[in-house]
Ligand binder design. Sequence first.
Ligand SMILES: Cc1ncc(COP(=O)(O)O)c(C=O)c1O
Ligand SMILES: [Zn+2]
Length: 419
Amino acid sequence: MAYVTHLRCSRCGSEYRLEDGKVICDRDDLGRLDIYYDYEAISRTLTKEALEKRRGGVWRYFELLPVSRRSSIVSLGEGGTPMIRSERLSRHLGLKNLYLKDETRNPTASFKDRSMTVGVSKAVELGVKKTCTASSGNAAAALAAYSAKAGLECYAFVLEEASIGKISQLQLYGAKVFRVRRVEEGVDPTVQLLRLVVKNYGWYPCPSFGPFNPYQVEGPKTISYEIVEQLGWRIPDWILIPTGSSCLLAGIWKGLRDYYELGWIDHLPRLAAIQSTGNAPFVRAFKEGMDPMNIEPWRNPRTVASGLMDPYPWDGDAGLIALKETDGVAEAVPDDLILEAQKLLASMEGMFAEPSGAAGLAGAMKLLEDGVIDPSDEVVVLVTGSGLKDPDIVKSMFAEPPMIGPSLEEFRRMLNRLG
Ligand SMILES: Cc1ncc(COP(=O)(O)O)c(C=O)c1O
Ligand SMILES: [Zn+2]
């Protein structure tokens, strides 16, 4: 049984029961069907002590997820990722307490596995046979992998310039991939097509955007649960979150609120949403105080952080409220700072992140320099995706390694030449 009381559309307020099996509001108004839980009932089975005895990742928190039957669960062993206390990097930055939540360790190498284990488990529970998504990045790869595991057909709509690396990952997982031409500035053509296909074919949409699938929003909540537990039930001062559609930010906030409602924490940390200056619609909305329901899309996204390219933050409404309620901030960082953060993570902490995955650290560096984060603050940075996703970026940072024969003489000569 699930402990969900109801789902409520974030735009029109229409309410549904979990058993209605809705994915999208009947009014098709691009509202998100926010999921509400019965915390009293949950706390009768789920106690802190019981939780501490459970092993595993995302599904340790079954009662806080919107799936009714354990038999529906489709898992690849996601979640339960380490939170690593940084030492060399902390000293380098002058931050006393810096923790790195290493989401690159998930099965398809990004945090999106947490989203898609929930989204696909729900698909199984609803008895659907076909899943579809709009993204060429981590969310699509995760959906394709979990769909493969569940034996569901997966359709992926990707941008025409999607890299061969990403397309081949999708193809190997067995997804049917379509590249979609862009026809209008500020509008994602893959999302346009996704909406048409869902309406006309009735397939199950599972991109990592709340308005198109509310169930997957619940997966990343488990990152917050884990952070609190890994800190010994202490709440950090800050959590830094790379932000594209804001779905991750919304999930992190929702997870913290769950623990607050259960009485397991007594306040929330400050959240910081980080985007690239090359695509910062959410940061602009925050700084200009835009109406959460009318965020202006970014016309021409350009950034090395390909996972943060969404021209429109589909969950920006929840994201803006999250920042308001946690006394949070949103900040944009230039691509060169993101690349510097990516290098620092690898060279000082042994953590191989893609640029989007390193954007949270770049944000921490900027907020520290601006005096928003204090050097003594306890800071958790989410490292959200692996560098193996985007090797071309790394290749462009370095010269080709020298080529020599297997002789000491050639090695010495080259060592001298390199200095
Ligand atoms: C590695 C990585 N980090 C962060 C994000 C941002 O998540 P969201 O789009 O939910 O804001 C993404 C999204 O694709 C991503 O791939
Ligand atoms: Zn609605």
